[in-house]
Design a binder for this molecule. Structure first.
Ligand SMILES: *Cc1c(COP(=O)(O)O)cnc(C)c1O
Length: 364
């Protein structure tokens, strides 16, 4: 059997290494994973309660329209219910966007070093990919606007950007939106929205009224700590949401995910606490990098991309043997770097201790 050629051209997504696989491979019992930007503080206890209460209803299909979650989310965000779409993670919404707007006749603009799913989906749907280099780890929005062609359908702006952790400011975004033709969809992927503390970070929901060509993507996988349950959402004009509904699978968001997301939304204290502890953890890490003289991008997220100036695959492997899973920069287009998810204080200390041995002492 022979699949469509372009399917084979799409790289298979490479996730962070799972904890159990590393335990087995190296015969370890204590493994920490700081590779996939998961929340080291878990999720709200309210989410767990909601799941426990739902365990007798597993025989029933999920609500395809996610009505309860939709209602609560619309109120929380101050938008109409028909301005929301839910996905099996925001990954699935990226896929819906690609499916709905991209084909062999179209092109799509993205940063060269950004979330890999934009590219993978565009390859699968056969669109031409126009990559615009980041400028010091930040989206170069003027260059991205200039790269838009007659047949460009979608522009991807990952804000904050994964893997660099940087943001574009409100001022930069507004100037960009003025330059983008109104029939080009601008995807604002805000997977790390709740972690951002910078004042210049744009609040994008109020922009929807003026720019109906925007869709904002957020997720319950990161600060809400529900990555296992796969719930993401998109916010846009009702017209745009309606177009995407045509490519959405009927029961794409599972019941436990919907209930856990609903309960989590009602526990904003948990979110604030995680945001605060994350900034403390980030400082714990970067203070030490400053001390050691390793450069990193200024992060508004729960991860940091650090230049250790040595073969990232090798360092990644050495850390694995000590039971620490990071994301090798080589896999992200940053050879010499590691992307480190901010853990809890103890996990951060453990990774710093290992790095001190492996990169500080050996390079002196
Ligand atoms: C993690 C991540 C996502 C996907 O999140 P899910 O909701 O778990 O699918 C999307 N975009 C970026 C930039 C991410 O880092």
């Amino acid at each position: 059997m022979q699949p469509k050629q372009r399917i084979l051209n799409a790289p298979v997504y490479q996730p962070g290494k799972p904890i159990d696989a590393v335990k087995k491979e190296f015969g370890l019992t204590e493994v920490i994973k700081l590779a996939s930007n998961e929340n080291p503080f878990g999720c709200s206890p309210k989410a767990k309660e909601a799941i426990r209460a739902a365990l007798d209803s597993l025989a029933i299909y999920p609500d395809g329209g996610a009505m309860q979650l939709r209602e609560a989310m619309a109120e929380f965000l101050g938008v109409n219910e028909d301005q929301l779409i839910f996905g099996n993670g925001s990954d699935e919404i990226l896929q819906m966007i690609s499916r709905a707007y991209l084909d062999e006749t179209s092109s799509t603009v993205m940063a060269d070093l950004t979330f890999s799913e934009y590219r993978i989906n565009a390859i699968i749907d056969g669109a031409e990919i126009i990559e615009v280099p980041l400028k010091e780890g930040v989206h170069d929005l003027p260059a991205m606007a200039a790269a838009i062609k007659e047949n460009t359908k979608v522009v991807w702006v990952c804000n904050p950007n994964n893997p660099s952790g940087t943001i574009v400011s409100e001022q930069q975004l507004l100037a960009f939106l003025e330059q983008v033709p109104r029939d080009v969809l601008v995807v604002l992927d805000e997977a790390y929205y709740e972690y951002v503390v910078a004042e210049e970070y744009p609040q994008t929901i109020p922009l929807l009224a003026k720019y109906p060509n925007i869709i904002i993507l957020r997720t319950f996988s990161k600060i809400y700590g529900l990555a296992a349950l796969r719930v993401g959402y998109g916010i846009a004009s009702s017209e745009l949401i309606n177009q995407l509904e045509h490519v959405r699978m009927p029961f794409n968001v599972n019941s436990l995910g919907q209930l856990a997301a609903l309960a989590s939304l009602q526990d904003q204290d948990f979110v604030s606490e995680c945001r605060k502890r994350n900034r403390e953890g980030l400082k714990q890490l970067t203070d030490r990098f400053d001390e050691w003289g390793f450069a990193y991008y200024p992060s508004q997220t729960n991860f940091v991309l650090v230049n250790f100036r040595q073969d990232s695959t090798e360092l990644f492997q050495k850390l694995l043997r000590q039971g620490i899973i990071l994301r090798s920069g080589a896999a992200l287009g940053y050879p010499g770097y590691q992307r480190i998810t901010v853990g809890n204080a103890e996990q951060n200390e453990r990774v710093l201790k290992a790095l001190e041995e492996l990169v500080v002492h050996t390079s002196k």
